[in-house]
Design a protein around this ligand. Sequence first.
Ligand code: ZN
Length: 521
Amino acid sequence: MKINSIMNTTRICIVGFLIITPFFIFSQNIDEIFESSGEVHFSFDYHNKKQLDKLSKIISIDHQTNNIKAYAYANKTEFKNFLNQSIDYKIIYDKRDLKSPNHNRSNWDFYPSYPQYVSMMEAFADSFPSICKLHNIGTLSSGHKILIAQISNNVGVKENEPSFLYTSSMHGDELTGYILMLRLIDEMLNGYGTNIQFTNLINNVDIWINPLANPDGAYAGGDNSIQGATRYNANWVDLNRNYPDPLAGDHPDGNIWQEETIIFMDLADSIPFNMSCNLHTGAEVFNYPWDTWSNLAADDSWWQYIATLYADTVHHQSPGYFTDLNNGITNGWDWYEVDGGRQDFMNYFKFCREATLELSSNKIPNPITLPDYWNYNGPSLVNYIEQSLFGLRGLVTDSLSGAPLSARVEISGHDYDSSHVYSNLPIGNYHRYLSPGNYQLTFSKNGYYSKTVVADVYANTSTIENVMLAPISFVGINEIKKPRKVISSYDLIGRKSTNHNGLVLKLFDNGSVKKTINLNK
Ligand SMILES: [Zn+2]
């Protein structure tokens, strides 16, 4: 009863809040349409998925799209191309009521101004310096900063931990996740040492949370309010179409990489994220790879499990919410094709398991409903971070020196479409998320003998496989001329060898290594 009444209240608020005033504008002048904004929000009926996928290469199809009606955004150039298709459309005007009459900062029922946002992020790091570090990963031409909170015990020190990323609101007018991420940071930091789950995650995961990936869009109407928020960035580019695409190549949208895109590509180059999630609104669904093609991911069964876990936990908190598409989960391409999206970029090029989460049908819900969205999603958001601890993991090291290695970790007969992973320096740790089963993994690196191991993986727990790789000896001409002295010998798995039967690796005083096969004496 209680939950139902909350849902009814929410629905009433949402209906009363977002006033959509569609009307036909067949003859409206394109300059008039773009007079007050560089982007237009519109809807149209479509015939089939093929037509929609074709249009997705011209305009930005939006998450509100269902199997009859498409919702989309376009800048002026994109809209001109759309008009050439001679499709009837309706322009949507979003009017937002952002007042929260009884708002109190501790209730999380408001959208902060930009300066408030910056000071909240600074306050997190100032209040919890031992477990939270604030990074400005890039300042845009506008002066807005892309801020990210890193949360971990020994924060800033590389450890044998998975790196996890939440990033929200790359579409500047999709702001539920913005607030939920600020609140997640706050709850986790304040729960450290008392909440068992938060403490475990902070101790064992390198957590990064970026609440606002497109500040120029969110504050397009000025820094004091999100009233004029736009989907696109300040150059009227959809940032979620601006990434290199596994199929369509480097610039699928025809635009140069935007400042925001380069900042996040640099971040992914610096931090080898193992799992991540990109938060949007416009629907209520957990969207998993791929977006660009119909191929199922090699780990499709793992993705379905993770997505279902997210949705089921939400349903437990709030029946009736988060039921879009297949009861709150969908394969990306099945819904609608996206080229140049961040999710596929992270999965294909950065070997990171990234999903796209759509948190609310309303892009900018009435602020008084934001605490409800936290109650519905909070446990799922935390459990999703926890999954980064599970699966197969371990360290890859040089069998002679013990030095950590960056090696390729591939599963025979299973991996394709870039689903393999790498162990990462400086620790040499790898994290491979898999459905329960028995897998044969091969670890390989140039200059080393490959090694294959067999491992069993179970749900919601980790299997540890530490692997040492033996270097292949290389003897150059210069080295042969000089006499060398053996200072140590090892067998193939790195044990110091005194009984020199079989294959032995000899370490010389000049640092070189030679492989020899010794026969019984
Ligand atoms: Zn979005």
